[in-house]
Ligand binder design. Structure first.
Ligand SMILES: *[C@@H]1O[C@H](CO)[C@@H](O)[C@H](O)[C@H]1NC(C)=O
Ligand SMILES: *[C@@H]1O[C@H](CO)[C@@H](O)[C@H](O)[C@H]1NC(C)=O
Ligand SMILES: *[C@@H]1O[C@H](CO)[C@@H](O)[C@H](O)[C@H]1NC(C)=O
Ligand SMILES: *[C@@H]1O[C@H](CO)[C@@H](O)[C@H](O)[C@H]1NC(C)=O
Ligand SMILES: *[C@@H]1O[C@H](CO)[C@@H](O)[C@H](O)[C@H]1NC(C)=O
Length: 469
């Protein structure tokens, strides 16, 4: 899952084309360490289709795309998507072609538990109608669902991601309309969601850790989509600090910091703003000391989805710039992309005690085409930056390309293409064809070597032509 304004795409192209063509160092062959794992990612709703087949019931995305299609580009939905429900064998073949070490996919709650609950006798309504992540009982329902999955698949699945991109789930789904359930209850619902989601994650973690890990010996963690925020001017370091706290440390600090709980600056800003607005208490709910302990340390490693860096600043006239109350108003910064691009250096290695990191998503959107040189440039530059971070001491052990193939990009419908494989939506078989990036990534996955010049110059015209015939 990922969501951001289309503008990103252009900016990244601009920034990378201004990268110095220092041929010497660019062509240096860089080696990934032994044991480093490469994979690709998808998610259930984005590829499966078969939305009402074999007992699967309606989920929040079926509901949103069927009842409020105007919120989605071209009004499209995931009813068929890539039809992986029927063509999953081709997907597995593609994973073999790429030579991945792993595949990150997701399970559809409503497919596995059509009533939403493990107790089939319970015919209660949909979880979203009961408030979804805003309802504190969601913590138990999620834990029940997680336990069911551990029981069903724990003997085979050795890496579990509890929740992918919690900030996007809560902020865009509860505080806005970009993701389902599109509640748009700003500055309130998204914070309730954050608290309950963190507790649900922690509960699932402890169930696995205590009851299943002794037998199954797997790893379990959360994946956060963390973009990096840099101050636009030197005197804007506080704005950048706050932006990082709100945008991803909101979820990282409770789990990975020594103290636990929501980040201090975030708590203070929301409490102050809430008081100014006449609320009797902070709109950011508090954790009890017991809950803080439950969440702290509840992830075996840091699953990191990363897409871009942005500048931020704040000035005195921001009052009234955003809706109030809202998350944007609480944070009160302006986000800005600049053509003079620099890649931010994340400090979380230090802040979070050198947590092991798996990159669980990284990728680049185009509007289609098999010769995707821009995507190749993006991947190879980011992999190179990742190797820089590893040389500086970051314990990164895995990298996941988003995405194996084009898919339903939530409110962007099928307009944005992230796939190593192109999917032809005009054919019933949803024919999948490797792009140039698929050949380049296969080369990297299999050799564990990165040569940015070679990647760029690789001529796959014949292979692509052969595949098209
Ligand atoms: C921050 O720095 C910018 C650029 O140097 C300057 O224009 C601005 O006035 C400064 N703001 C403050 C509050 O000092
Ligand atoms: C503050 O930023 C906003 C948004 O970019 C802008 O409209 C406004 O003019 C700025 N105010 C000052 C004093 O720079
Ligand atoms: C990152 O850490 C270094 C040293 O620990 C510090 O000087 C720098 O200001 C930090 N950067 C950010 C953006 O917090
Ligand atoms: C982080 O952990 C890795 C793996 O244990 C180690 O190689 C690296 O030196 C550590 N980095 C720092 C900054 O301590
Ligand atoms: C979306 O709609 C536009 C305008 O009708 C059309 O040109 C485009 O091909 C559609 N895109 C997709 C991915 O269906």
């Amino acid at each position: 899952m990922l969501i951001w304004p289309i503008i990103t795409i252009y900016i990244i192209i601009l920034s990378l084309s201004s990268v110095e063509l220092n041929t010497g160092s660019k062509c240096k062959v860089r080696k990934f360490p032994r044991g480093f794992m490469f994979g690709t990612a998808t998610s259930a709703y984005q590829i499966e289709g078969a939305w009402n087949v074999d007992g699967k019931t309606e989920n929040i995305w079926d509901h949103l795309s069927h009842t409020r299609p105007h919120l989605i580009k071209n009004g499209s939905n995931g009813d068929i998507a890539d039809d992986s429900y029927n063509f999953y064998k081709r997907d597995v073949e593609m994973l073999r072609e790429l030579g991945v070490d792993f595949y990150r996919f997701s399970m559809s709650w409503n497919r596995i538990l059509p009533t939403s609950f493990p107790d089939k006798i319970n015919k209660a309504g949909k979880l979203q109608e009961l408030g979804g992540w805003a309802n504190p009982y969601m913590v138990d329902w999620y834990a029940d669902y997680a336990r069911t999955l551990f029981e069903l698949f724990g003997d085979r699945v050795k890496y579990w991601v509890t929740i992918n991109e919690p900030h996007q789930v809560c902020h865009f789904g509860y505080g806005g309309t970009i993701l389902a359930p599109a509640l748009n209850i700003k500055g309130v619902a998204e914070y309730l969601c954050a608290k309950n989601l963190l507790l649900a994650h922690a509960k699932a973690y402890h169930i696995y850790d205590e009851e299943f890990r002794p037998d199954h010996k797997g790893l379990i963690f959360i994946s956060l989509s963390a973009q990096w925020y840099e101050p636009l001017f030197r005197n804007q370091s506080e704005a950048a600090h706050d932006a990082n706290q709100f945008e991803w440390e909101q979820y990282a600090h409770p789990i990975f910091s020594k103290t636990g709980d929501f980040p201090p600056a975030m708590k203070n800003r929301i409490a102050t703003r809430s008081a100014e607005q006449g609320f009797f208490r902070s709109r950011l709910p508090e954790f009890t000391p017991y809950e803080i302990q439950l969440i702290k340390g509840s992830s075996d490693l840091f699953g990191l989805n990363h897409y871009f860096t942005q500048y931020v600043y704040r000035n005195k006239t921001l009052c009234g710039y955003y809706d109030s109350p809202s998350y944007e108003d609480d944070l009160a910064v302006i986000f800005k992309f600049l053509p003079e691009w620099t890649i931010g250096q994340s400090n979380f290695t230090k802040e979070y005690d050198n947590a092991t990191v798996y990159i669980t998503e990284n990728g680049f959107a185009t509007f289609g085409g098999l010769n995707d040189d821009d995507r190749v440039l993006y991947y190879t530059e980011y992999l190179s930056a990742m190797l820089d971070a590893m040389e500086e001491g970051s314990d990164v052990q895995a990298y996941t390309a988003w995405s194996l193939m084009d898919n339903y990009e939530w409110s962007y419908g099928y307009t944005e293409k992230f796939g190593l494989y192109e999917v032809d939506y005009s054919t019933p078989k949803r024919t999948r064809t490797p792009r140039k990036s698929a050949y380049v990534m296969r080369d990297i996955f299999q050799t564990h070597l990165l040569n940015r010049c070679r990647a760029h110059d690789m001529d796959v015209t014949m292979a692509i032509k052969k595949n098209e015939d």
